[in-house]
Design a protein around this ligand. Structure first.
Ligand code: URA
Ligand code: URA
Length: 252
């Protein structure tokens, strides 16, 4: 290879590095020097083509590449896909034990949650803490997240389109936490996770299959604040969840 060719290879590598600053990491290894004669990568173990290397990753590919909850949280913090049409909201990613065997999924952050960047910290959250205490869990034992990771304006229900943009992030979050049981709080969460238009009454009271996991739906704690008569069935639901958790040898 002539010096002139060598120079242009370096230029290309510099260009690729700059592109990576803009578009994020794609799989070009630092020490890879293409052989211009044969157009074959000189380093072994590259199974992707140059064309694939140069395409910016889609958001689904970026999600797929996250190897830890921390990486997914970092990706989420800059993801336009997770935003609602309320400007200036904070990411409410999730909180709790990253290895929890019980994961709770609510609907969307409210005002307090948005302010503090943590799910279920307002009035509904206080009640949720009591519900958890009734079955011998602390918030820190379980993992708590929402369908949406940003607050919708006026706490309106999530739009189907917002749910669709958010779900790949939530599904990856579930995969990384790897809980044995998912407890959906309220109708919106249950319908979203079960991909169903069933009523809450039809969804609650039984364990549903969710891949290798089990999923249970109960009332939303905010609904209990307005409807005292739902407290008792909720208590019964969470007793069932605790029993199943112990039966499945949930930690600790
Ligand atoms: N309601 C929810 O569904 N999620 C929260 O985080 C708070 C209130
Ligand atoms: N309807 C809801 O949307 N959620 C509940 O928890 C109960 C009724």
């Amino acid at each position: 290879m002539s010096n002139k060719d060598k120079l242009s290879v370096d230029d290309i590598i510099d260009f690729l590095k700059q592109e990576r600053e803009v578009y994020g990491a794609f799989s070009v290894s630092e020490n890879r020097t293409p052989d211009l004669e044969t157009d074959q990568p000189s380093s072994k173990g590259q199974n992707s083509t140059d064309e694939n290397d140069l395409k910016p990753l889609t958001i689904l590919e970026k999600i797929d590449r996250c190897k830890s909850l921390e990486e997914l949280k970092n990706l989420s913090s800059e993801a336009e896909e997770l935003k609602t049409d309320l400007a200036g909201t904070n990411l409410v990613f999730g909180v709790g034990n990253p290895n929890a065997d019980l994961m709770l999924i609510g609907e969307a952050p409210g005002e307090q949650e948005d302010k503090q960047g943590e799910p279920f910290v307002g009035a509904a959250g206080q009640l949720l803490n009591k519900i958890l205490a009734a079955i011998n869990f602390d918030r820190k034992d379980v993992y708590i997240a929402n369908i949406l990771k940003h607050r919708p304006p006026n706490n309106r229900n999530p739009e189907p389109e917002e749910v669709n943009r958010s779900l790949p992030f939530l599904k990856k979050q579930i995969e990384l936490i790897d809980p044995k049981i998912i407890l959906c709080l309220g109708k919106v969460s249950g319908q979203t996770m079960l991909n169903s238009s069933n009523t809450l009454g039809n969804m609650r009271g039984k364990f549903h299959k969710f891949g290798d996991r089990e999923l249970y739906v109960t009332y939303h704690p905010a609904a209990l604040l307005r409807n005292q008569q739902w407290k008792r069935p909720t208590w019964e639901d969470v007793q069932e969840v605790r029993k199943r958790y112990d039966k499945l040898n949930g930690k600790p």
